[in-house]
Ligand binder design. Structure first.
Ligand SMILES: Nc1ncnc2c1ncn2[C@@H]1O[C@H](COP(=O)(O)OP(=O)(O)OP(=O)(O)O)[C@@H](O)[C@H]1O
Ligand SMILES: [Mg+2]
Length: 300
């Protein structure tokens, strides 16, 4: 099966300043791939390279097995793009704008745009300049999806969307990938990527830090345990147990991070009177922080 996106050593410098450097990744058909990184990491640069909107300094980049530079028309016709800095024709209504975009795509009417607008509860007949931020973002999303592209390149797609609309968006992504289509989305919000993506890449300062299935990342995560005791247990009661790290003490409440088997901790806890016990899985945020801590520990 041909990869939908294949980048090898992909590098983009803007003059002397770094955009991305030596980026290699493969995105398979039918996955939601989350591209995560802080501001200035190189997310937008990577997405723009995929559409031949900017040219790489070095490296290989194929989309649908096609050379992005030599076959950019073919690539773009099968891709939908939501830019991070969305510019719309302010004086048009969404209906007029979407009709224009659909016509460029060789479609009658609005293509899928009518149904998608209904789904996102987008008002089609008010001028775009009168729309709120979230509603403008909906216009951006609808134009990216209306020709049923095989690949969606979405640069921070949920910016400005309220939680209900985000849910609709999430459902849409699930349908798209169930049809074997592919989604590449950028974000700097970990919890969002965790919710939307099957795999995630983390980019920092232009370089990939890691590419991993969201499930695998979660499995590497700690479980947070919060125990409330009738009396504060001794200072050293838990910290030296295998897989346990003491994070914090607040009087009779002890916060622990647990990795691996819970058994040693449970047995140690049972020696004291436990009034309440709460445990929950760490989210990507915790994993991210742990990786960073390990990273900086390794570097020093
Ligand atoms: N047109 C440009 N000219 C010069 N430098 C640029 C240009 N576009 C981006 N850069 C630089 O390339 C690097 C990556 O920028 P990019 O916009 O790809 O980051 P990003 O991950 O999308 O960030 P954000 O989360 O803020 O959108 C940054 O250091 C940025 O300053
Ligand atoms: Mg960006």
């Amino acid at each position: 099966m041909t990869a939908v996106i294949r980048a090898e050593g992909l590098t983009k410098f803007y003059g002397a300043s770094r955009g991305i450097s030596g980026l290699s990744l493969v995105v398979e058909p039918g996955e939601v791939f989350g591209f995560l990184g802080p501001n200035g990491a190189g997310k937008t640069t990577t997405i723009r390279l995929m559409l031949d909107l900017i040219r790489p300094t070095a490296g290989l980049l194929e989309v649908f097995g096609l050379d992005v530079r030599k076959q950019s028309v073919a690539v773009r016709s099968r891709a939908g793009y939501l830019p991070g800095d969305l510019h719309l024709y302010e004086r048009l209504t969404p209906r007029e704008y979407l009709r224009y975009v659909a016509a460029l795509r060789g479609l009658e009417g609005l293509g899928e745009g009518e149904a998608l607008s209904e789904r996102f509860e987008l008002e089609l007949d008010r001028p775009i300049k009168a729309l709120s931020k979230g509603n403008r973002q909906k216009v951006g999303l609808v134009q990216a999806f209306l020709h049923r592209p095989d690949l969606l390149l979405l640069d921070e797609p949920t910016a400005g969307l309220d939680p209900l609309v985000q849910q609709t968006f999430n459902e849409l992504l699930r349908e798209v990938v169930a049809e074997g289509r592919t989604v590449f989305l950028s974000s700097h919000i970990l919890s969002e990527v965790q919710r939307l993506a099957d795999r995630v890449a983390i980019i920092r300062e232009g370089s990939l830090e890691l590419v991993e299935a969201v499930e695998t990342l979660r499995a590497r995560a700690f479980v947070h345990v919060e125990a409330t005791f009738a009396q504060s247990p001794p200072q050293e009661a838990f910290a030296s147990l295998p897989g346990v790290r003491e994070l914090e003490r607040r009087g009779p409440v002890v916060l622990l991070a647990l990795e691996g088997s819970a058994d040693p901790l449970i047995k140690a806890l049972a020696r004291y009177e436990v009034l309440a016990l709460d445990s929950h899985e760490a989210d990507l945020e915790d994993v991210f922080l742990t990786l960073y801590r390990e990273g900086s520990a390794g570097a020093s």
